[in-house]
Design a protein. Structure first.
Lengths: 344, 344
C-alpha cells in the first residue's frame, strides 16, 4: 500500500514540468500531449497533475448529455460561436462512444467544430469512452483539471447519455445540461427518464420541429415529480444521499442549427454558476474529487496486486474464481491478507 | 485492510442459507430476493454468494448488446420461445438504462416477455444500469452466478450497447452477440464500430427490411479489418492484451418479429459454446471473475475509508481536493498511509 509522494521517476517529472510550462504558456501541442498522458495515466500525467491541480478550480465545467441524435455537438458548436463573440475561451472534452482501436471515428457533427481549429481560445479534444478501467469520470475529471489550469473559461464535457459511466461524467460537471429532442422511440424515452434526474438545465433542441413546445411542456410536467439523483450516480436509496432536489431545473428550447435560444441557454448557465459561487465544495465538485482519488487508490491497489512478488498469486486466485473453485469474496480476502502480510 | 472471512453477521448468514436453499429448490420469490440482495450488495448477498458461487459455472452466459432500436428485447423473446420448445431453461438479466428512482420504467418491448410470467423455467430480471458504484460488470456477474447456481441452462444479459459499462457487461459473457439494424444515423454508426470489437456473433436484425442483406455484407467486409478488443474493455494499446482475434465473428440475419433466422442463431450460440468447452478459464470468464473480485476489494477499501475512525479524515481530504487545495495523488497517498498506519 505504498506509492507515497516522490514515486514519480525523475525523467517523468522533468518531462511533466516541460509540458506543463509550455501548456500554461499557450502551447497547444504541449497541452494535447499532456492530455494524452492523462488519458493513458502515465507517470508524466501524475507529475503534471500534482503541480497543475492546485492551479485549477476556476473554470466552469458544463456537462452536456442526451440520447443519440439530440444534437449535442451542434449545440456545443453554436455555444462556442457565441462564447467566442463574447471573448470567452472554451475547451470541449467530447467523450466518443466509438472505438479507441478503430481510430476513434469522430462523430459526424463534430466536424463542424473544426471551424475553430485555428482559434487559440478554442480547444477540442475527443476522449474514447472505452478503455478507462479506472473510471471514465476520473479520466475526464483529470483532463478537465489540466484544461482548467491552462486557463479556459468554460469546459464542455459532452457525452452520449445512454451509458452509466457517460451520464455520471456529465453529472459530475458544475452544471449538467440534458438535451432532449422531440419525438423519439420507446427505448429512448426510458433513457430520457433516467437522464432527467441529473439535469440542472433541460434543453429541448430542434426547437423548429412541430413537437418542440409540446415536448417542453411534457418535460416541465415530468420534472415536478422526479426526485434528484446523487450527483455521483448513486441512486436515491443510498442513505448517504438524502439531499433534496434544490429546485426544478429550467426547461429551455433551442434550435442549435440556427442559433435560436442559444443566448438564453448561455445566460442560464451563467446564472447556475453564479448560484453555486457561495461554496467551492459543491456536491458536483466533491463527486469529481472522489472519482479521481478513488481511481488513484485503485491504481495503487492494482499495482500491488500485479507487482513482481504477487502477480503469480493474483493470477492463480483469479483463475480459481473463473473456474468457480473459489468464491470472489474469499479471493478478495486472500489477496488483501497477502498485501497486508507483505507490508508487516 | 481486514474484512476476512467470518465477517458476515450470523443473522445474515442464516437468512442467506434460507434464501439460497429455497432458490435452489425452485422458489422463484426467494430467487428474486437473493437477486435484490446481490444488487444492493448486502451482507446476505455476500453470505449467499460465498456458498452458491462454487455451484455455478455450468450455464451458458450470452451477452446481447446493440444500439437503441436494434430489437434486442424482441430477439431475446424470440429466442426464449424456441429454447423453451427445446426444453431448455432461460434466465434474462435485462440491464435497464432507465432510472432506479423513477421506478425503472421497463422498455416497451420487454413487455412481450411477460408471456412467460407463469413458466417456472423462464426467469426475467431487470437490473438498473445506474447506481452500481462498484461496477455494473460485477453486479451482473454476481447475479448471473446466482441464476447459474439455480440451474438455468442459458442466461441472457441484455444491455443497450452505447455506454462503456454496458458494453463491458455484455462482453464479459461467454458469448457476445452484437445486434445491428439496417439504416441508422451517424452517431449510431460510430457506436456500431465500437461494438463490433466485442462481438463473437453479429446479428443483423429486422432482416425483412430492404437494406438488411447489404448491411450484413458491409459488416462482413468491416470485420475483416477490425482488431479484437480486450474482453474486459481494455483497449488494444494495453500491452497486456495482445491476444489475436481468434476468428472472424459470423454475421447472421434474423427477423425477430417473425422468428426467421432465430434457430440458426441458437445453433451458432451452441457452436460457440462448444468451441470454448476445452478450458473453463476463458478470457471472458477471467474478466467476469476479475470484475467481481475487484469490486469486493473496492468495497473493502471503501469500508476502511469510511469506518468510524477514519471517515472524518476521508471527508476532510476529499473536500480539500474538491477545493483544489490538495491534488488527488497526494490525497490518495495520505489516505493509504493512514490505513497502513492504522494496521501496524
Amino acid at each position: 500500500m505504498a506509492g507515497g509522494p516522490g514515486r514519480v521517476p525523475v525523467d517523468s517529472a522533468t518531462r511533466a514540468t516541460e509540458l506543463s510550462d509550455a501548456a500554461l504558456a499557450g502551447d497547444r501541442r504541449a497541452l494535447a500531449r499532456l492530455l494524452t498522458a492523462v488519458e493513458n495515466r502515465t507517470p508524466v500525467a501524475e507529475a503534471a497533475l500534482r503541480s497543475l491541480y492546485p492551479r485549477a478550480g476556476r473554470a466552469h465545467l458544463v456537462g452536456i448529455t442526451g440520447p443519440p441524435g439530440a444534437g449535442k455537438s451542434t449545440l456545443v458548436a453554436a455555444m462556442i460561436g457565441q462564447l467566442r463573440s463574447a471573448g470567452r475561451s472554451v475547451a470541449v472534452i467530447a467523450v466518443d462512444p466509438s472505438s479507441p482501436i478503430t481510430g476513434g471515428a469522430l462523430l459526424g457533427d463534430r466536424v463542424r467544430m473544426q471551424a475553430y481549429a485555428s482559434d487559440p481560445d478554442v480547444f477540442i479534444r475527443s476522449m474514447a469512452a472505452r478503455g478507462h478501467a479506472g473510471g471514465l469520470a476520473s479520466a475526464t475529471g483529470a483532463a478537465a483539471s489540466v484544461l482548467d489550469a491552462a486557463g479556459f473559461d468554460l469546459i464542455f464535457i459532452e457525452t452520449v447519455g445512454t451509458g452509466q459511466s457517460e451520464v455520471e461524467v456529465a453529472a459530475a460537471a458544475d452544471t449538467t445540461v440534458v438535451l432532449e429532442a422531440p419525438e423519439m422511440g420507446d427505448e429512448v424515452q426510458a433513457i430520457k427518464a433516467g437522464l432527467l434526474e441529473v439535469a440542472d438545465l433541460v434543453v429541448v433542441n430542434k426547437g423548429d420541429r412541430p413537437g418542440a413546445q409540446r415536448t417542453a411542456a411534457q418535460l416541465r410536467a415530468m420534472l415536478v415529480t422526479v426526485p434528484r439523483a446523487g450527483r455521483d450516480g448513486r441512486d436515491a436509496r443510498d442513505a448517504t444521499d438524502d439531499r433534496p432536489r434544490p429546485k426544478q431545473p429550467e426547461v429551455l428550447i433551442t434550435t442549435a442549427s440556427s442559433g435560436d435560444g442559444v443566448p438564453a441557454l448561455l445566460a442560464a448557465l451563467d446564472r447556475h454558476r453564479a448560484a453555486m459561487a457561495g461554496g467551492p465544495s459543491t456536491p458536483a465538485r466533491l463527486a469529481r474529487a472522489e472519482a479521481q482519488v478513488w481511481a488513484i487508490l485503485g491504481d495503487r491497489l492494482r499495482a500491488q496486486l500485479h507487482d513482481e512478488n504477487r502477480s503469480g498469486l493474483t493470477s492463480e486466485v483469479m483463475a480459481a474464481v473463473a473456474e468457480h473453485r473459489l468464491d470472489p469474496y474469499s479471493a478478495a480476502d486472500r489477496l488483501l491478507r497477502d498485501i497486508v502480510a507483505g507490508r508487516a
